[in-house]
Ligand binder design. Structure first.
Ligand SMILES: Cc1ncc(C[n+]2csc(CCOP(=O)(O)OP(=O)(O)O)c2C)c(N)n1
Ligand SMILES: CC(=O)[C@@H](O)[C@H](O)COP(=O)(O)O
Ligand SMILES: [Mg+2]
Length: 587
């Protein structure tokens, strides 16, 4: 199909020149454009397909960028990017050096707020609206938030505040009844009742002083335009409830919404997912976690599993399917997930609280105040630690070692491979009398034969992986693989020793004394920021004991790392095997 309308749209100005009856055709073109690019370049699909009409209607009615549009999470903003001047570069979406998969202030004046983590839109839009009011500016501020994201504490906090203001704020709830996985909780049931109109109940949003309208069909452009025009004239906080279908317009994406949230490559014509020929036979760390927790929980009745809205991503889904009573998806509620785990631990349960490293940042006080201070033996499984790839700066899990290391009572472990992940899970469920954080990366490891009989891991014990008399490389976690490859490439490989320290806390002090006495030069390697993480822990130890060795710390530099494949990003920061080899050889 020729993109008769889309090809002329360089910004919303051209969009606003179209007649209203031309917009459904534009929607078709936009939807096909998104499908064509995501089919080959990958990325988030279902969410953007679901808001095509809403995106067009918002830019058509509101005077963006003067009026400010804030997308929650931002994974649904592909249509917005395409209509706001990025059509010609949209094929670089999420690629190394290309545009970001999320709205980003540096990228466009239409991206009013940088996003990636959920549930920030209402607070940000409210902040902007208050700013406009204080400056005497007359503009509109529109937050678009999904049904899963609005159930998060932060969104409630924003609504609660907005409801006692008289600012020009419109919250659009894009309700498609699903997050990545099906939405959960009482609010979801409430929204379902509102839609069905079967049950009389007070309107929550009206009770919070919002002028509520809807639910309306979010795929009917005329209805959307009529209602948005009306809302433009209403003062104060307003709430529009819009019903959409995630994946709209691509049959498979509508029918299998979980899979097509971010399906990878697919055939744009048929919608069928293109199954990659497996080059690596090893399992994903996520599946090792998922299968192992089921195996352990079958034997140990006190084990419970918790995920804040990532059952498929984390593979806790396996436990939710097999042992549903003891596996909990609590929605996008990281803070609640952590304190829920703490409460469970007080009752003798053994909570495995699985949270992506980047999303655990949300629950920092809960880790300190509710868990560590009370020495509650919560087992944190920090998924997506290290560089995550195409999601980029908002999602890399490169701060956890630094933000966790300063917390007393917390054990911090990073498995080198799948077997170690299994074994530490096995070890932790016996009860460590303290919380433990276990960090592991996104995707596949290296061990094909990972399902070995369980072995207990000694807390605080590192391991020598290779001997050598001159240089000692100390690594933590799965980056050991790159280190091993790098050493193997070195001309002077016989001189280089390699230690996997395994625990960032407690450090293996005995082993460290041995290493420091034996080797003049030490290099630490981690896929965490070099500020405050593993390398810093070693430097503190060396300074405290007044060793005079030369210590170099390698890790993620003190800057936000953008998007690209993990390999590309590792190479850029010098953590690829070749970069490490070049570094080791000259020492
Ligand atoms: C704090 C945080 N937790 C979890 C996620 C992962 N995540 C991204 S999108 C999403 C689901 C969002 O669902 P919804 O708000 O309904 O939007 P939809 O995808 O349906 O458009 C989740 C859980 C995140 N981005 N941020
Ligand atoms: C937008 C968002 O936060 C999620 O969709 C995230 O992209 C999931 O990441 P994984 O693909 O690593 O599960
Ligand atoms: Mg949703």
């Amino acid at each position: 199909m020729k993109n008769n309308f889309l090809e002329h749209i360089k910004s919303p100005k051209e969009l606003r020149l179209l007649k209203q009856n031309e917009l459904p055709k534009l929607a078709k073109e936009l939807r096909n454009f998104i499908i064509d690019i995501v089919a080959t370049k990958e990325g988030h699909l279902g969410a953007s397909l679901g808001v095509v009409e809403l995106t067009i209607a918002l830019h058509y009615i509101f005077n963006t960028p003067k009026d400010q549009l804030i997308w929650d999470v931002g994974h649904q903003a592909y249509g917005h990017k395409i209509l706001t001047g990025r059509k010609d570069i949209f094929d670089s979406n999420r690629q190394f050096g290309g545009i970001s998969g999320f709205p980003k202030r540096d990228e466009s004046i239409y991206d009013t707020f940088g996003v990636g983590h959920a549930s920030t839109s209402i607070s940000a839009a409210l902040g902007m609206a208050i700013g406009s009011q204080l400056k005497g500016e007359d503009k509109h501020h529109i937050a678009v938030i999904g049904d899963a994201s609005i159930a998060s504490g932060m969104a409630f906090e924003g609504l609660n505040h907005a409801g006692v203001t008289d600012v020009n704020l419109l919250v659009v709830l894009n309700d498609n009844t699903i997050g990545i996985d099906p939405s959960v909780g009482a609010l979801k049931q409430y929204l379902t009742n509102v839609k069905k109109g079967t049950q009389r109940q007070d309107n929550i949003f009206e009770a919070l002083n919002f002028n509520y309208s809807g639910p309306i069909d979010g795929h009917d452009i005329d209805t959307l335009i009529l209602e948005l025009k009306r809302l433009k004239t209403v003062k104060g906080p307003k709430f529009l409830h819009v019903i959409t279908t995630k994946g709209k317009g691509l049959k498979q994406a509508e029918e299998n919404q979980v899979k097509y949230h971010a399906p990878g490559k697919f055939d744009a014509k048929t919608g069928n997912i293109i199954v990659k020929a497996e080059t690596i036979k090893a399992p994903k760390y996520q599946d090792v976690f998922g299968h192992t927790i089921v195996e352990l929980a079958k034997e140990n009745k006190n084990i419970v599993g918790i995920t804040p809205a990532m059952p498929t991503g984390s593979s806790l889904k396996y436990m939710m399917d097999e042992i549903p009573k003891r596996a909990f998806d609590v929605g996008i509620a990281e803070q609640h997930a952590v304190t829920l785990a703490a409460g469970m631990a007080t009752q003798g349960l053994i909570p495995f609280c699985n949270i992506y490293s980047t999303f655990l940042q949300r629950a920092y006080d809960q880790i300190i105040h509710d868990v560590a201070l009370q020495k509650l033996p919560v087992i944190f499984c920090l998924d997506r630690a290290g560089l995550v790839g195409e999601d980029g700066a908002t999602h890399h899990g490169v701060f956890d070692l630094s933000y966790l290391r300063c917390i007393p009572n917390l054990i911090i472990f990073a498995p080198r491979n799948e077997i170690e992940l299994r074994d530490i899970m096995y070890t932790a469920q016996f009860g460590l009398a303290k919380p433990i954080a276990i960090r592991y990366p996104r995707g596949k490891g290296v061990t094909i034969d990972w399902k070995q009989p369980f072995k207990k891991i000694k807390i605080g014990k590192g391991e020598q992986l290779k001997s050598g008399n001159k240089l000692a490389i100390l690594s933590i976690g799965t980056i050991a693989q790159n280190v091993a490859e790098a050493i193997d490439l070195c001309n002077n490989k016989e001189d280089i020793a390699h230690y996997d320290m395994r625990f960032v806390k407690p450090l293996d002090e005995t082993l460290l004394h041995t290493i420091l006495k034996k080797h003049d030069s030490i290099v630490t390697v981690e896929d965490n920021t070099i500020k405050g993480g593993f390398g810093s822990a070693i430097l503190e130890f060396v300074a405290f004991h007044q060793y005079k060795n030369t210590i170099k710390t390698l890790g993620i530099p003190d800057t936000f790392i953008e998007h690209g494949t993990v390999n590309e990003l590792q190479q850029t920061v010098g953590l690829g095997a070749i970069g490490l080899k070049n570094y080791f050889e000259v020492l």
